[in-house]
Design a protein around this ligand. Structure first.
Ligand code: ATP
Length: 257
């Protein structure tokens, strides 16, 4: 083999590198600050959620998690920047954000208590045509069989866990690109947390990116790809679950030592 052909061989058979292209940012906050009068709830927060990820914003009561979720979905005025797919949220507006696939499942769930499961779900699909509504309802019923069993039950008569499943199900009816889940595990029994966690994979398989705010640090560490820890409106730690589990401060303050 000539020197030239050796060179050709080497250039053709370079070892494969494992560098993957970085997925696009779906949601990106930069130097984001939000105040309620004199109370500053977010202080210069930087955060990125990339396509296909589950990113969790964790923190104790009053840290600013709901403020972030509400700001990202266009409910609150802010300083700095928060962008959904490169568009400044304040210039898009709430309705257009929903139309473009940013669906927010709020901490309070905001169900229609006197309506049954089926009607609550159909309302979540108000932007979809009939065929898509039927398809998505079946997806939700497969995801949460408890809802399937209770199609005609009024939302207000269901348990907290079932209501949470319905709130997530209704959000999924909107065919989300980005699903914002604000504290979905709050006050729920471990068995229900398992049902909710088991829904994440099929939701992600539909190409949905998830922004999850959580007080339940253990749950977030188990299910998120990346995590930001918020305290008093400041991000004080960020990293993968593996990185944060190895952090003394996180272990001592949030995982019982
Ligand atoms: P929790 O886990 O209890 O829901 P959180 O992390 O979601 O807490 P936020 O609800 O965002 O925190 O609150 C952040 C800060 O902003 C807190 O100090 C809270 O008291 C304050 N705050 C939130 N909403 C309002 C409001 N509407 N008016 C005045 N202050 C508010």
């Amino acid at each position: 083999m000539s020197a030239d052909s050796t060179d050709d061989f080497e250039s053709e058979f370079q070892p494969a590198t494992d560098t993957q292209p970085t997925p696009d940012a779906v949601l990106e906050a930069e130097d984001l600050s939000v105040s309620y009068g004199k109370v500053q709830a977010l202080r210069g927060l930087d955060l990125t959620v990339r396509e296909g990820e589950i990113v969790s914003l964790i923190g104790p009561n009053g840290a600013g998690k709901t403020t972030f979720a509400n700001t990202a979905s266009g409910f609150l005025p802010y300083d700095g920047s928060v962008r959904y797919r490169d568009q400044e949220v304040s210039s898009v507006g709430q309705t257009a954000l929903v139309e473009q696939g940013m669906i927010h499942c709020t901490e309070k769930r905001d169900l229609f208590g006197y309506m049954d499961v089926e009607d609550n779900l159909e309302l979540g699909g108000y932007l979809q045509d009939d065929a898509v509504i039927e398809e998505r309802k079946e997806f939700v019923y497969d995801l949460f069989p408890r809802l399937d069993e209770r199609r005609e039950q009024n939302a207000r008569s269901m348990s907290g866990g079932e209501q949470q499943m319905l709130a997530i199900g209704r959000a999924l009816m909107g065919d989300p690109d980005l699903l914002i889940l604000d504290e979905p595990t709050l006050g729920l029994a471990p068995v229900i947390l398992k049902d909710i966690a088991e829904a994440f994979d099929p939701i992600q398989e539909q190409g949905v990116t998830i922004m999850l705010t959580e007080q339940n640090v253990t749950f977030a560490l188990k299910h998120a790809d990346r995590i930001y820890l918020l305290e008093n409106g400041d991000v004080v730690r960020e990293g993968t679950p593996g990185e944060l589990k190895g952090d003394d401060y996180i272990r001592e303050s949030y995982l019982g030592g």
